[in-house]
Design a protein around this ligand. Structure first.
Ligand SMILES: C[S@@+](CC[C@H](N)C(=O)[O-])C[C@H]1O[C@@H](n2cnc3c(N)ncnc32)[C@H](O)[C@@H]1O
Length: 221
């Protein structure tokens, strides 16, 4: 009974105070994000895949690869096991309370032998700073999973565009309007569409997970 009353009060505070503020903030963020309409040529070869696992199956093997934003390396392990990169750059700054240096240590433990033989390298820092470590036409493909907001995703796409070989792939996570749990407005979809239109890239894969956010992959037309 007491528990019920507390739950109802928390729910009512959430609906009357937190939700309206969040809605207002998100509406403002949403309005500030440029909206670009893709053309048929940008989607006509797009293939819908069950999950990013199947997407990895279609990516080049023994390739030069980067994952931007790795947390403790769960997806990095999938990349490693499924695609055996010839060189795998792990890019992260591990600079927040949630994604901290403990996560970095986990990655270092996970890839200890590959870090030793040089097939895996940690490029520590913000993705848009670390980008200067890489020559042009270097990567076969990259996977972006950092901030998910419009501004950073836009900057990352611009920064890594010339770092990817011609015919190379830029992929990423969170091709979705926002985070339902944290009620955060993302901007990956808009940044990707704008980039495709501006530089003539096409969407080649989208994924359709129910237990994870969707991923995208794009390539020069
Ligand atoms: C959602 S987690 C990555 C999850 C991982 N890709 C996976 O699927 O297992 C996001 C990571 O991006 C990192 N990050 C956030 N913004 C970044 C930025 N601007 N540059 C580099 N790393 C960033 C965080 O430190 C965190 O480790």
């Amino acid at each position: 009974m007491k528990k019920n009353i507390i739950t109802k009060s928390v729910g009512s505070i959430y609906r009357s105070i937190f939700l309206p503020v969040t809605k207002k903030v998100n509406a403002k963020v949403s309005a500030s994000i440029p909206k670009t309409q893709l053309l048929e040529k940008h989607v006509k070869n797009a293939k819908l895949l069950p999950s990013r696992k199947e997407m990895l199956d279609l990516f080049p093997k023994n390739a030069v690869v980067a994952e931007l934003g790795v947390d403790e390396g769960t997806f990095s392990e999938m990349i490693m096991n499924q695609t055996q990169p010839s060189k795998f750059h792990i890019v992260d700054f591990w600079g927040s309370k949630r994604y901290n240096q403990m996560k970095r240590q986990k990655v270092e433990t996970k890839f200890a032998s590959q870090l030793k033989d040089g097939s895996v390298q940690i490029n520590l820092g913000l993705s848009t700073t670390v980008v200067h470590d890489f020559p042009d036409n270097y990567f076969d493909w990259i996977y972006i999973d950092t901030d998910h907001g419009y501004k950073v995703t836009h900057e990352e796409l611009e920064a890594y565009k010339d770092k990817v070989k011609s015919g190379g792939i830029i992929a990423g996570h969170d091709y979705i309007i926002g985070n339902w749990d944290g009620v955060v407005r993302y901007g990956v979809i808009e940044a990707v569409h704008e980039f495709c239109l501006k530089y003539d890239w096409e969407i080649i894969y989208l994924t359709a997970e129910l237990d994870n956010n969707p991923s995208f992959a794009i390539r020069r037309l």
